[in-house]
Write a protein that binds this ligand. Sequence first.
Ligand code: HEM
Length: 179
Amino acid sequence: MERMQAEGEGDHLERPSPLTDKERVMIQDSWAKVYQNCEDVGVAILVRLFVNFPSSKQYFSQFKNIEDPEELERSAQLRKHAHRVMNALNTLVESLDNSDKVASVLKVVGKAHALRHKVEPVYFKILSGVILEVLGEEFSEVVTPEVAAAWTKLLATVYFGITAIYEEVGWTKLSTSTG
Ligand code: HEM
């Protein structure tokens, strides 16, 4: 079975330090390149998530039993979710200097996934890792180690914000913190 907790240990949910101005600029500059290929990149990220972590498909009625990557890639439900993820990321990147806006996006996304879709929060962490991996591979000329570090920080902030919302709405199965 797939391993979901790459680090092995439970989560230590510390709020990452705020992004510096330099980190914000690095994220926004690199995102501009990524977002030009929004659709392809979004689909590549989600296909990789579902191929490498098949249990993450359980929440998607239309492709939970599909294994073939090419068939996954054609799924309308997958493509729609890819679009939504990329759009939300775009809003976050555009709003890095507006913490209220960032908080409100995370609240909407966190609530929908906790209450409506009942997605285990660990999948947000797994998705963050996949995003970093795909950006690093497909945009290696812009995603230097320094840029990757800035993205790591942003995605950790997103994950922290999402788990805070999960706690706020009373999510009890914080599956990563057992043991
Ligand atoms: C940054 C991460 C993510 C963002 C921004 C995001 C965004 C969205 C948005 C905007 C929607 C539609 C809103 C709604 O239903 O109220 C949605 C639906 C959904 N999301 Fe996510 N999502 C993310 C991660 C995930 C993850 C990790 C999973 C599960 C592995 C997931 C599973 C779902 C499911 C099952 C739906 C409903 C799909 C449907 O009805 O066709 N999402 N997501």
